[in-house]
Design a protein around this ligand. Structure first.
Ligand SMILES: [Zn+2]
Length: 197
């Protein structure tokens, strides 16, 4: 079965949001942190970063073309234009964290959470760490299978995807948020249908 055929017919109520990379690293790569970076919370057993929203105070976005983009290490980065659009359109469910060295952009931290159907989607979890309670790697984010539709404009899946230091949130948009944001001429966003029962 092809992936697109996994999505059942009918009304689509939720979308995962896809966007390009911005050629930047917030804290490092999957298995290595940037030289000289300090204060990163790291698990003493698996040695991976435990906070997906930890901000490197020296971080700047290298490729500043997009209103929504990702760093190579799993951070969702929004432009000021994206944040202002969400405020104006009353799209809720995410905080926008300030970047001390780059006032043009923000880290998106979804505060609203939706349950991901890991069994139906056959999400692959590897290298569970008993100390931090996190998996070293989690694969199989899209197409996203949710257990329910999101109740806010923006939200995230209840598990983080990616591996090691690059584990990050899967951003979800409601149908209303998708339709409103699609009219805003924002660069970089693509909406992928989610399967919701
Ligand atoms: Zn650990």
């Amino acid at each position: 079965m092809t992936e697109s055929r996994l999505i059942a017919g009918g009304n689509v109520t939720s979308y995962s949001v896809d966007f390009p990379d911005n050629d930047s690293h917030m804290c490092g790569s999957d298995d290595r942190l940037l030289k000289g970076i300090t204060g990163v919370p790291v698990c003493p057993s698996c040695h991976f970063k435990t906070d997906p929203y930890f901000i490197n105070s020296a971080f700047r976005v290298k490729r500043a073309l997009y209103d929504l983009s990702s760093t190579y290490d799993g951070y969702v980065i929004a432009s000021l234009k994206f944040r202002e659009a969400c405020r104006r359109l009353h799209i809720e469910g995410a905080d926008f964290l300030t970047l001390p060295a780059d006032r043009r952009f923000f880290v998106v931290k979804p505060t609203s959470v939706v349950a991901f159907d890991v069994e139906a989607r056959r999400v692959k979890f590897t290298k569970y760490c008993e100390t931090c309670g996190l998996y070293g790697a989690t694969a199989g984010a899209t197409p996203a299978f949710l257990r329910a539709e999101s109740t806010t404009g923006l939200s995230r899946a209840d598990i983080f995807f990616g591996s090691g230091n690059s584990r990050g949130p899967l951003l979800i948009a409601s149908r209303d948020a998708k339709e409103a944001l699609s009219k805003e001429r924002l660069a970089g966003l693509r909406f992928l249908e989610c399967r919701v029962p």
